[in-house]
Every structure is written in C-alpha cells, then in structure tokens.
Ligand binder design. Structure first.
Ligand SMILES: [Zn+2]
Length: 225
C-alpha cells in the first residue's frame, strides 16, 4: 500500500474559464442523453416523454450546485434531444467545458511512488486528460492509480491480476471485464491486511463509464492508512 498526497498546485481552473464539467459528470449527462434517445425511440406517450425530459433536466442540474446563466445555456439543450444525432451534437457542445485531470509529468509520478524503483509511468502523450477521473496504468504485475481529491493527488498501488472474469467494478460499478486489485492496508498500527477488490481490467473503459466519484473515493479510503 502506498498513499501519498501532493498538492496539484491547482486552486482554480482560471486557465479555462468556461470549464465546469468533470469527467464523471460528463459521463452522467451522456447517460441521460442516451436514455432520452432510447425513450424517444420506444415510447409514444408524449406525457411519459415529458416526465423523462423533466427528470433528466433535474438530475443533471442537481450535479452542479451553482450554475451561471452561461453554464445553464450549455446544459439546457439536453431536454430537446430526440435522436442520436441531436445527442451527439449536444455532447460535442459540452466538450469545450470539460475540466481536465491535473497535468502531471513522469517525474511527478515518480515522486508520488517513491517505493517503486524504475517506475516508467504511463504514456502521458497518449492520454486525453479531459477523459480522466483518475489516472491508472500497469507495470508488470503492479497497477498504479492517481486521483485528485480536494486539490491534492491521492495515490495507491497494488498487485493487479488480469483475468477473463466478468463482474462489477468497485470503482465505476458497471459490469464488464474485471481483475483483482490487491493492496496492503493497515488494520491497526502493527498488523497489515491484504485487501482485494475487483476493478475494470481497462482503466480507460472505467473512466468512460464512471458517473460518480463516490466509489472511487471509498476505494482509495479503504486502502488509506
Ligand atoms: Zn470500472
């Protein structure tokens, strides 16, 4: 078990004044948009559709406690979605408003995992930081995870065994290909317990399906000293 916290050096997102949507919120909105597309394709009852539209609107607006008028304008077209073309257009309009994962360098990552000698780190160039709620990569049998929590980076590493198993991921709570992530956790000051949890085999798939940070935070907390 390794948990270290380092400031992200990010107190606000002033470099992107219009960014207000985090990856998991985007995924949640996407789910709502696709639900509306399905509803329009299957339900003929105008009243049912109207209720669904109102519900989607309510749920999405509830994600953001303080929306500006400009931000409301970005989200409002959700309720007009009737087909997949409209959904795609709406989602494309959200992308400039995504808050990226804090930028990190390989040196940052090496400092975050001091016990991992010869750490290579992921191919950072290949990643779209707008699509990450957490950064994760595999080296040999080890998996490394980095998440942002209250402006700081929280990290954990453990053994990860790829499997052909299908199951529910402890981080995104969706069904798919999972593997067992095992990390040491301290049950008390002097006794270590190994804790195993199933998580998505592919971290990018996990990031694209995660609609709340609740489970990710619980996952990290369980391994924290
Ligand atoms: Zn997952």
């Amino acid at each position: 078990m390794t948990i270290i916290k380092e400031s992200t050096g990010r107190t606000n997102v002033s470099d992107q004044p219009d960014a207000f949507i985090r990856n998991h919120q985007y995924n949640f909105i996407k789910e709502q948009a696709l639900n509306l597309v399905t509803a329009h394709a299957t339900a003929n009852d105008a009243e049912v559709l109207s209720v669904l539209r109102d519900l989607s609107h309510e749920k999405v607006f509830a994600l953001f406690p303080a929306l500006t008028e400009e931000q409301k304008k970005v989200l409002r077209p959700l309720t007009a979605i009737k087909d997949s073309d409209a959904a795609e257009g709406f989602l494309a309009g959200l992308r400039p408003h995504l808050i990226p994962f804090p930028s990190v360098t390989t040196d940052n990552l090496k400092r975050l995992f001091p016990k991992a000698k010869r750490l290579k780190g992921p191919n950072l160039q290949a990643l779209d930081f707008h699509e990450l709620s957490y950064l994760a990569w595999q080296e040999n049998t080890n998996r490394f995870l980095v998440a942002e929590r209250n402006g700081r980076l929280q990290v954990v590493s453990g053994q990860f065994g790829a499997s052909r198993k299908q199951g529910i991921c402890m981080i995104c709570h969706k069904h798919g290909s999972v593997g067992l992530f095992t990390a040491k956790t301290s049950a008390s000051a002097d006794s270590y317990v190994k804790h195993g949890q199933y998580i998505c085999a592919d971290e990018s798939v996990c990031n694209s399906r995660l609609t709340t940070l609740e489970r990710l935070e619980r996952f990290l907390d369980r391994l924290e000293r």
